[in-house]
Design a binder for this molecule. Sequence first.
Ligand code: 1CP
Length: 355
Amino acid sequence: MNSIQNDTFLRTLKQQNTSYTPVWMMRQAGRYLPEYRNTRKNAGSFLELCKNNDFATEVTLQPLDRYPYLDASILFSDILTIPDAMGLGLYFVEGEGPKFERPLQDEKEIQKLDIPNVDEKLHYVFEAVRAIKKALNQRVPLIGFSGSPWTLATYMVEGKGGTNFLNIKKLVYSRPDLMSHILKINTETVTKYLASQIEAGVDAVMIFDSWGGALAHSEYERYSLNYMKVIISNLNLLGYEHIPKIIFTKGGGQWLEAQAKIGASAIGLDWQTDIAKARRIIGNNITLQGNLDPAILLSSPKAIVAAVKKVLDNYGYGEGHIFNLGHGITQFTPPENVQCMLETIRSYSQKFHIE
Ligand code: 1CP
């Protein structure tokens, strides 16, 4: 049962025929949009935007209202809602990004870490999904998401973003037992979190492994990929085989063979990865999502048109490509440059879909 009006994104996740390449952008609701900054001011804080259904719905729909050529929406929330629900105390300092009041700093705290009551502590997320689905009125699909167990752990141990990951890597190399305790708890929690988002109505889920690329080559599968694999298997066992699952490891372009084996419907690529080579490695049974450098959107329409065409040319003919940025859109992006990117994708991509 799928009565979504624009199902191009969902069809591409199943490698089915479409007449153009669908697109959405990581962080498409955010600070580059004046209407977002305005709503955020009214809400008072970022967390209030996430916790209040009306605000979360408003900002989720803002990019879709501005850009009719977007083919998917993404739940407005954050990956850090999970450690917050675990009691770590998420807060934001203006201009400094997210922080935790109680990061995991010693063995005792790590041993005490437990799976939270997701439906109770994160009910505001599932309510937001229901409210957004209603407001979307089947225009485009809604993507639900979570951080990967490893990426969540980086924030839980480091206590904030923007570090060089030395605390967590010390734990990896000196106390793998404690590391695996955290990752197992995160895996159970993420499974439950995504299952409840699906029950609330999301049409696809994405696991953001934003910091998987911080791991050494020899440690990526053990500390990040394998736990994403467990989440996908768990969701399938719970009866959600039909829900497409996207994984994205930032800095993960050298591990594509391994990523292709965990049962994901799509693999996200950052801008450092060659999408043509990725397609040769992965084949045509898994969709690729990406991978324009978000910094190109700071340049001129001429440069943007050329760069967008290059990504589409490099993927080449046939189905199975969802256009996206290689990471989140930056807050300094002029909104009209996004329009230029979207128009180019819509017009130029059609030739790649003629049977
Ligand atoms: O208004 C503000 O000041 C808040 C900025 C902001 C926004 C708009 C944060 C804080 N989170 C979000 C929303 C958000 N975060 C979305 C929703 C909507 C959308 O895409 O349109 C999503 C999917 C996320 C996911 C997220 N949060 C990730 C994974 C994706 C990625 O970018 O790698 C990560 C790593 C976070 C942590 C986080 N939350 C916020 C910030 C600034 C950060 C990054 C912190 C760091 O530097 O490590």
